[in-house]
Design a protein around this ligand. Structure first.
Ligand SMILES: [Zn+2]
Length: 442
C-alpha cells in the first residue's frame, strides 16, 4: 500500500509536473498567440495622403498601425518584417471622417416624430440597427449623435458599438434633448390628455434649476455632452424656427451646469436672437444657425464658437415624401436664407465643423454635405478639415481622432481620385479602417 501510495504519490507529482508543463505550454501558446495578435503590425501604403493638420496633400506615405493606434507615419518608413501590408498606393488616404450632427436612433427617414407614439423603445432601437453600419461604411468613423426622442437609447447604441455587438462609428451621445415643454426637442402634436412615457420628456426643463437638474440626471447616466435647443425647429409640430426657446437665465444655468461636469454643449438654433443667447451663454457649437446675422457672426468669432451647418437637409426634406405640411412650410422659409448666411459666416472666418443631421437625408450619404459646403463658399481643403481636425477639436478628442498622426486611433479611409480637385469623390469611400480594424476594402 505504501509502495502503491508512494508510486501513486510519485505518479501524482509526475502528473502534476506534466500537467504543469502542458498548462505552461498551453498558457505560453495562448499568451504567445495573444502577443502575436497584439504585436501584429499593419502597414498602409498611401499614394496620396491628406494631411488634415497641415491642410495639404502629400505623396507616398507609409502608415504603421499596431493595437488600433497609429505608431508611425511618414515617407520612406521601412515596413517591419511580418507586417500585414495594405496597398492603397493608387488611392488618396484620409483620416476617418467625423460627423458632428447625426441622429442614429430611429427608423431611417421617418418624416413625423408623432410616429414615436406608435413604437416601443425596443422597436425604436431595433429599427435603428441598419443605420450605424451605413454611416461607418461611408467613411465616418466617429459621430456626435445630437439627440433622440427616446432618452438614453443612444447610450445603449454607443456601448453596443464599443463592445462590437453592432458595427458602426464611435459614438458620442447626448442622452436626450434639453428642451422646453412643447419645444424643439419635445415630442409634440398629440392631444393634451395623452400622457407621455418618462423617456419622451426626460430632459424637458422650464426653469434654471430644472435645467441644472436635467444636466445632472444626464451626467449620471453617462452621456458625453449636452444638447440644448435654444430656438424652435423645422421638423417639430407647433414649433417656429424663428422663435426663441429658453431665457438667458435658463441657458446660462444649463451651460454652466454642463461645464461643471466637463461637458461641451451643442445648441440647436435657427433664430438669430436664440443663436446669440446660446453663444453668450457659452455653448461650444451652434447647430444649423439658419438666421445667423452679422452680430451673431462677430459673437461666434469672439467666443470661438463652432458653426455646424446642415446644408443639405432642406433639399432632402423637399425630395422626401410624407413630411407633414407644417414641416414643409417651416423648411421653405429658412432654406435659402440659411445657405446665404453660411456663405457669409465662411467668408468672415467663423469656425466650421461638419454636420449632416443624418436621418433627414438617407443614412450613408453623409459625405454629400461636402459638395454643399464647397458650393456655398468653402475650399475643398477647409471642408475636409471641418470633418477632421475641426470636428475633433469641437469634440475635445484631438488626442485620438481627426488626423493620421502618431498616437491617434487608426481611423483611416481611402477614396479614388483627388478630393481637392473633385470633392464629390468623398461620396465613394473605398476603404474604411476604424481603430485598426478594416471594415471595407476596395
Ligand atoms: Zn438634428
Amino acid at each position: 500500500m505504501r509502495q502503491v501510495t508512494g508510486k501513486g504519490g510519485r505518479r501524482g507529482v509526475l502528473l502534476g509536473i506534466r500537467l504543469g508543463i502542458r498548462l505552461g505550454v498551453l498558457l505560453g501558446l495562448l499568451l504567445g498567440g495573444a502577443t502575436a495578435v497584439r504585436a501584429q503590425v499593419t502597414a498602409i501604403k498611401a499614394g496620396k495622403f491628406f494631411d488634415a493638420e497641415g491642410g495639404k496633400m502629400l505623396a507616398n506615405q507609409v502608415i504603421l498601425v499596431k493595437d488600433g493606434r497609429i505608431t508611425d507615419v511618414g515617407s520612406g518608413l521601412s515596413i517591419p518584417k511580418g507586417a500585414k501590408v495594405i496597398d492603397l498606393s493608387a488611392m488618396t488616404v484620409l483620416p476617418g471622417l467625423l460627423d458632428m450632427h447625426t441622429h442614429l436612433i430611429g427608423p431611417p427617414n421617418d418624416p413625423d416624430p408623432l410616429h414615436e407614439l406608435q413604437r416601443t423603445s425596443a422597436q425604436e432601437v431595433m429599427q435603428s440597427l441598419p443605420n450605424p453600419p451605413k454611416v461607418l461604411l461611408a467613411g465616418f468613423t466617429t459621430v456626435r449623435d445630437v439627440g433622440t426622442y427616446r432618452a438614453l437609447t443612444d447610450i445603449a447604441m454607443r456601448d453596443a458599438i464599443a463592445r462590437g455587438d453592432v458595427v458602426g462609428p464611435r459614438m458620442f451621445v447626448a442622452g436626450a434633448y434639453v428642451t422646453i415643454t412643447g419645444g424643439a426637442g419635445a415630442v409634440t402634436g398629440f392631444a393634451p390628455d395623452v400622457i407621455l412615457p418618462w423617456d419622451m420628456h426626460y430632459a424637458e426643463a422650464n426653469s434654471p434649476w430644472e435645467g441644472r437638474q436635467r444636466v445632472r440626471m444626464l451626467a449620471g447616466q453617462g452621456v458625453d455632452f449636452i444638447k440644448v435647443l435654444s430656438t424652435g425647429a423645422v421638423l417639430t409640430h407647433n414649433s417656429n424656427a424663428n422663435a426663441r426657446e429658453f431665457t438667458d437665465e435658463e441657458l446660462n444655468a444649463i451651460v454652466d451646469e454642463a461645464h461643471n461636469f466637463g461637458f461641451k454643449v451643442a445648441a440647436h438654433a435657427h433664430n438669430a436672437a436664440g443663436i446669440k443667447a446660446a453663444v453668450r451663454a457659452g455653448v461650444n457649437s451652434i447647430e444649423h444657425g439658419s438666421y445667423l446675422d452679422e452680430e451673431g457672426i462677430q459673437l461666434m468669432k469672439q467666443h470661438g464658437t463652432y458653426l455646424v451647418p446642415t446644408l443639405e437637409t432642406g433639399e432632402c426634406i423637399n425630395a422626401a415624401s410624407g413630411y407633414p405640411a407644417d414641416f414643409l412650410e417651416h423648411s421653405d422659409r429658412l432654406e435659402k436664407l440659411s445657405l446665404e448666411n453660411f456663405t457669409r459666416a465662411v467668408k468672415e472666418g467663423v469656425k466650421i465643423a461638419f454636420g449632416t443631421d443624418i436621418s433627414v437625408c438617407p443614412f450613408g450619404f453623409n459625405a454629400r454635405e461636402f459638395s454643399w459646403m464647397v458650393k456655398y463658399g468653402m475650399t475643398p481643403t477647409a471642408a475636409l478639415q471641418a470633418a477632421t481636425v475641426n470636428a475633433a477639436d469641437l469634440l475635445g478628442q484631438t488626442a485620438n481622432v481627426g488626423s493620421i498622426t502618431k498616437g491617434k486611433y487608426a481611423d483611416i479611409i481611402a477614396v479614388k481620385g483627388d478630393p481637392l480637385t473633385d470633392i464629390a469623390v468623398m461620396e465613394k469611400v473605398q476603404f474604411v479602417m476604424r481603430q485598426g480594424v478594416v471594415y471595407k476594402t476596395p
